[in-house]
Ligand binder design. Structure first.
Ligand SMILES: Nc1ncnc2c1ncn2[C@@H]1O[C@H](COP(=O)(O)OP(=O)(O)OP(=O)(O)O)[C@@H](O)[C@H]1O
Ligand SMILES: [Mg+2]
Length: 335
């Protein structure tokens, strides 16, 4: 069973997605193991909504993002965009979807061409949407800049002339230039100062309301995710541990890992860091070959004998609340 609901409303549906990376060693670069970066990931995203993907560094968030954009082939599973399986499509067959699914990166400086003016960068997208002449593009470029809160004078300037927050606005404008339906935001505010983070988050929220965009929003910060996302998926070592509407994840977290992440959030009013959670750090040898049983059990404050033997499935405890934990309460309708 997989977490999906209201099928006709789904813009994106991910089913049992899998990606293993080979680990090669020695002169002949023999494969000596596999990094199980993504395993059995199933998610859905309704039109006009935001799905938050949260988890610590290395848990597989960017790998999922790259597969959604078809920049990386999946080793298993399906990605349905508007009902079409886009996994493994050739460049030609992917073309109609390329424009509809865009990405905003963490580091806008690294993803913007330093030798192109803002106008030239945005012009590329407009050309793809069919606006041909240079002069014809000036007005839509100014409109795009206005949409992301930038002055029209930015058009003739280069990326290095802007601050980090402004560059991220340009990165968002570039994504919007092809009129996408879905924008994957991979840690778009992680590199920014806290005050600027709030501005960019508000901008994304505002753009969603105005343009009806859907977002997959990737972050390691649950605070940011809670503010922006309708659905939240908590990921650990390549697997979804908990998946529910945001308010349920925050008010009734059922996976011990989610509870640990929430307990580690700083107090928003005082700004003080919370006391240490007591979460054991991961043993390095498990990074490559996960232990038998639950992947989180080595660090779990609530582990049990059964957790050592078998990896639990992602299971519904409620109509829209899914948890991968032996200790989670059973779904009331299943008793
Ligand atoms: N091309 C690759 N070859 C080999 N291993 C890879 C490759 N890309 C990612 N990995 C591994 O896959 C795992 C997941 O990586 P990924 O970048 O998706 O994590 P992430 O959740 O985005 O982390 P971060 O928060 O640091 O961005 C990591 O162990 C990483 O080392
Ligand atoms: Mg990443």
């Amino acid at each position: 069973m997989e977490p999906h609901k209201a099928e006709s409303m789904d813009l994106l549906r991910i089913e049992k997605l899998k990606k293993y990376f080979p680990v090669r060693r020695g002169f002949f670069q023999r494969t000596v193991g596999w990094v199980r970066a993504v395993e059995d990931v199933s998610l859905y995203l309704a039109r006009g909504k935001t799905l938050g993907l949260v988890g610590e560094s290395g848990c597989g968030k960017t790998t999922v993002a790259r597969m959604i954009l078809n920049l990386l082939p999946a080793d298993g599973g399906r990605i349905l965009y508007k009902g079409n399986d886009i996994c493994g499509l050739s460049d030609k067959d992917m073309k109609p979807f390329r424009k509809e699914i865009q990405i905003v990166f963490q580091d806008p400086y690294g993803s913007l061409n330093p030798r192109m003016t803002v106008g030239q960068t945005l012009s590329e997208g407009l050309r793809i949407t069919g606006i041909r002449g240079r002069t014809d593009r000036r007005e839509p470029i100014e409109r795009l800049l206005g949409l992301v809160g930038m002055a029209p004078t930015a058009i003739d300037r280069y990326p290095h002339e802007f601050s980090g927050g402004q560059r991220q606005r340009i990165g968002i404008a570039r994504a919007l230039s092809v009129e996408p339906a879905l924008v994957v935001c991979d840690e778009p505010v992680s590199a920014l100062d806290v005050s600027i983070q709030a501005q960019i988050i508000n901008l994304l929220k505002d753009l969603q309301d105005r343009l009806g965009l859907s977002y997959v929003f990737i972050s390691h910060d649950l605070n940011v995710v809670g503010y922006l996302c309708h659905q939240v998926a908590v990921m650990y070592r390549g697997q979804i541990m908990e998946y529910a509407p945001a308010e349920k994840v925050f008010e009734n977290p059922l996976h011990p890992y989610t509870r640990v992440l929430l307990a580690a959030l700083p107090d928003l009013e005082s700004g003080k860091a919370p006391p240490a959670t007591g979460l054991e750090s991961e043993r390095p040898e498990f990074a490559l070959t996960p232990p038998e049983g639950c992947r989180f059990r080595m660090r779990c404050p609530e582990k049990h004998d059964r957790c050592r033997l078998l990896n639990p499935e992602l299971t519904p405890v409620d109509d829209d609340h899914w948890v991968r934990c032996w200790q989670a309460p059973p779904h009331s309708t299943r008793i």
